[in-house]
Structures are given as C-alpha cells and as structure tokens.
Design a binder for this molecule. Structure first.
Ligand code: SF4
Length: 451
C-alpha cells in the first residue's frame, strides 16, 4: 500500500528548515507522496527513515529504457490513471513487426517502409519508435541473419522476439550495444532468458495468460537480478486485454503492488487493418507501454500516431507555435494578411488551408498563450490591443501596402474596435479555417486586393 503524505510526514525531521526548497516538512511530504520529490532532497532525514521511505517512494511503475545512443524509448513511471489528474509522462512506443521468414528482397523493402514511418503534424515530427523482429522461422541461424540485417538497416530501437534463448542469444551478437528488448520469456524459459538479459544488460519482455502467473514470474525474474521488465498479459480478445491492462495499472498505482509495477506490451493480432488500428488506439489510451503492429503502411500507422500525440500532450500546457508573422508562399506587399492565435492546432489548420489555396499570405500568430480564438477572446487574451501590439511588433505595416487585415469570423465583433485601434481596414474572414481557400480566392480577390 502506498504511503500517504501524513505517513511520510511522520518519518521526516519536522523542523521546517526549508533546505529542501519547500516551506514545510508537510509540503515536502505531500510532494513525496505524489512522486514529485525525492527523499534525497531532505539532507537531514535519518538513515532509518530513508530506508523506510526509499522503497515506498520508488515510482509505482518501473521506468524501462530500450535502445541506446540514437533512438531510445523510455516507458513506465506513470503516476496517474487519468490524464486530467496530472499528465501522462511517457508515450507508449509504437512498434512494427518484421519476420525473419521474409526473403531478403521482401525484408529490405519492408524495412525501408518501416524506416519511413515518420510524419509532420501540427509542427511536430511523429514517428514509430521500434521495430520488432519475430522468429517466425523457428530457426536460430535465420533469426541471427535477420538481426544482422536489421542492426545495419535501422536506427529504430528494437525488440527481439523468440521463446528460444539460443535464438535470442545468437541475434544479440549483432545488437550487443543497442540494448534491445528481449521478448518471449515465460514460466518455462525464464531462467536462461533472465541470464541473457543480465549478461547483456537488456530489458526483458515477459508474458503469461493470467495476472497471477505474471506477478509470480516477475518476482522470480527479479530474484535473478533483472529489474527492467515489460509485461504482457495475453488476454482472450481485446475486451479481456483492456481489462488486464487496466487492472495492472490500478494494482500498480492504487495498491503499490510491485510484482505488476512494470510497463506493458501488447501485440495486435487482428487481420483487419482497421480493427487492428482501432484496438491499438484503445490500448494506447489505456494503458499499453508498447503496442506491436503488423500494419506498416503509412495510411494505417499515421492515425495511431495522431491518437498518441493527442493523448500525450500535457492538458495543462497548450501546444503553441511561436507568436510571430509567418510567410506562406512567395509573399509580396499585395499579399493578404490575416491573423490567428498561436494555439498550435488553430495555427496549423489555418496554415494548411492557406497553403492549399496557393495564394501567398501573411499569417500573424498572435500570442494568446496557446489558446484557440474563442477561448482567448472570452478570456480577454485576444482583444484589439493585443492584435494591434502583435501587428506593430511584426512590423506588418512595412510588409503590406494595402493596410487590410483579415480577422477570424468567430471574432467579427472585434472589427470596429480593431479598426479604431489600428487605422486598418478590417475584413471579416470565415469562421472555420476550411473556408479560407474560397475566401482568399473570391472575397479577398474582390475586396481586399482591389479596393
Ligand atoms: Fe523538513 Fe527536511 Fe525539508 Fe527541512 S529539508 S523542511 S527537515 S523536509
């Protein structure tokens, strides 16, 4: 059972000396209970208390690192069941499987596709994190050969999947320094697998068909000296898997149940690509540490990466673009000028539509602390003074000669005051970014350019 703030407080010196940077010992205790502080920050704590708190204050879900140098994936160390309670810290890894049973030509072409699974969305690169090599052939020589090709053919972090310790050992010869996840450990092979993981300092993927068996297995493996584990509950279908993933997270966070305090891995088995991605999105939401896909086409993978990007943004910190004047296309002094807010999603929606109109345009991203147009307006973060200040900071007057500004249709009500504040003509644009291409081609063309 996790210690409460008061339990922890009883173990502290209670001098309120502030050396830890907190105003009182109680404040420090509360932060310790929420895993927002470390015992080491109190220099006066006794050894006995440190030991008592050490285990209790360790993260309820172990942090596991896969890969080294180039592409590294860290999963685990989550503190909450629901994102709005705080935030989720480590986005689950998205892995794509590749079989050692493919011909050389098929393997190379599949790997090329897998390496290309990265995209730009709302100003951020989103990509898969891992490639998972499966020992479908059952042959350790073939597996090692495929591992060799994989090691030289990708920078992605790797999962080596086989139930054979010999096959994993042979493949590891090519991955010694890259710290792959070794997956395929069960109640029959855990001893040699743990030995390999310990020798090569690699994390270990463990599976079982019941949570009880899984918990027993992790304890046995920990006793052999391997602590970085990724656990896989093999449920009977998506509903059962989701249930298992939720139970694992609840046991770890609410009961501080250490045998299940590890990040999870889940394999997608559905042959239908749409079903596969829908199920994977469900597991990304609750509570997979890694999902392993069979799909490898961009149209299949990108929706899942988008879901992950949306879930793993900090709800208390809106994603923002730099507030400044952006030039889309080869702008001139006759180009339209419009403003929007610096909320990423809003800005990139506007930019995408302007780009598709093929009309070079200035977009002024006004600083509204990353909030959308209506939210900013209703919170008084967007008003005529804020826009006028942004226009002047961006020296918009020197960029265009027409002195006309297109404003979002949602804040048409600002027109008169903005006109008064800036002396510019204010044109009311469409309410939705999707209306911009036709607005720029028709209304701007008629009223903006020629007036
Ligand atoms: Fe209390 Fe230790 Fe912080 Fe001092 S440093 S206020 S004793 S918790």
């Amino acid at each position: 059972m996790a210690l409460t703030g008061l339990d922890i407080y009883k173990l502290l010196p209670k001098t309120n000396c502030k050396k830890c940077g907190r105003p009182t010992c109680l404040a420090f205790a509360m932060q310790l209970a929420q895993k927002k502080a470390s015992v080491e920050e109190c220099p006066d704590i006794s050894e006995a208390s440190k030991q008592a708190l050490g285990a209790a204050s360790a993260p309820p879900i172990k942090l596991v690192t896969i890969g080294s140098n180039g592409r590294v994936l860290q999963i685990g160390e989550e503190n909450v069941l629901f994102r709005h309670e705080e935030k989720f810290y480590h986005p689950p890894g998205i892995a794509v499987a590749i079989s050692d049973n493919l011909t050389d030509k098929e393997f190379d072409s599949r790997l090329q596709k897998i390496n290309g699974l990265h995209f730009q969305r709302v100003g951020t690169e989103i990509s898969i994190d891992l490639v998972a090599l499966t020992n479908q052939s059952g042959d350790k020589v073939k597996f090692a050969q495929a591992a060799q090709k994989l090691a030289s053919g990708t920078k992605l972090a790797t999962i080596l999947i086989s139930e054979s310790p010999e096959a994993i050992g042979a493949a590891l010869e090519h991955f010694a320094k890259r710290r792959p996840l070794l997956y395929g450990t069960n109640s029959k092979n855990y001893e040699p697998m743990a030995k390999l993981a310990k020798e090569k300092n690699c994390p270990l993927g463990v599976y079982a068909t019941s949570l009880e068996e899984l918990a027993e297995l992790t304890e046995k493996i920990k006793a052999l000296g391997v602590n970085e584990l990724v656990i896989d509950y093999k449920g009977k279908g998506p509903k059962d898997v989701l249930h298992g993933l939720t139970k694992i997270r609840r046991c770890a966070l609410k009961k501080n149940f250490r045998p299940l305090g590890f990040p999870t891995i889940t394999f997608l088995e559905d042959e239908d690509h749409f079903q596969e991605i829908v199920q994977a999105a469900t597991y990304v939401a609750k509570y997979a540490g890694i999902v392993v896909l069979k799909s490898y086409e961009p149209w299949q993978v990108m929706p899942l990466l988008t879901v992950r990007q949306n879930i793993y943004t900090d709800p208390q910190k809106p994603v923002q673009v730099q507030p400044k004047l952006y030039e889309v296309g080869q702008v001139t002094e006759d180009s339209p000028a419009l403003f929007t807010t610096n909320f990423s999603l809003t800005y990139y929606s506007v930019e995408g539509e302007v780009e598709s109109s093929r009309i070079p345009t200035y977009i002024l991203a006004v600083n509204t602390e990353g909030t959308s147009v209506l939210t900013a307006y209703s919170g008084d973060k967007l008003n005529e003074k804020v826009v006028a200040k942004a226009m002047s900071a961006a020296q918009l007057e020197e960029k265009v000669k027409h002195k006309k500004l297109v404003i979002p249709g949602l804040v048409a009500v600002m027109s008169a005051k903005l006109r008064e504040e800036t002396g510019w003509d204010i044109l009311v644009g469409p309410k939705e970014a999707a209306g911009l291409p036709s607005y720029l081609k028709t209304t701007w063309d008629k009223h903006g350019k020629k007036d």
